[in-house]
Design a protein around this ligand. Sequence first.
Ligand code: SF4
Ligand code: SF4
Length: 164
Amino acid sequence: MKFERYGIGIAKGLTVTIRHLFRHPITTQYPEQRLNISRRTRGNELIWDRNNCTGCATCAKTCPQGVIHVVTAAKIDENKYEVEKFEVDTGYCISCGLCVEACPFDALFMGYAYELAKYRRGELVQTNEMLFASEERRRSAYMHPELADELPRQTLLLERNTEE
Ligand code: SF4
Ligand code: SF4
């Protein structure tokens, strides 16, 4: 039978602890610090381009959750439909991206941002302007790889560790 001296295990554990005490931490102090996510991320919000949208509602028919609601009005003079309301209840959206894949007119994109938490349930229902692209709501490259170059380069934890 092998005997170990009492306290050896504790000493080994302490050695590991002390060694890590002097290492630079690689954790990110979110939300004060943020990392750039991958350019290949699918994203979990929707960006709608009103100019490209014809109101065909293909996205709404494709959505497995039934959370896209499109209301159009006929413009007889111009022989087309105008979108009056484009609404997504993001509270039920599962970010599957099927609506983006189905849109035949490049009017729907997944978003690159990831901080979508809201305080109230009603704020999760996004309509018209709320779905537009902006500096904070950028389009991801999902189904649109040509957009990848516009996105920031991903920050790796290793780089966070060495930049300070
Ligand atoms: S991402 Fe999926 S669940 Fe969300 S709106 Fe589009 S089709 Fe519906
Ligand atoms: S499929 Fe595209 S063009 Fe048609 S209503 Fe949806 S977003 Fe608009």
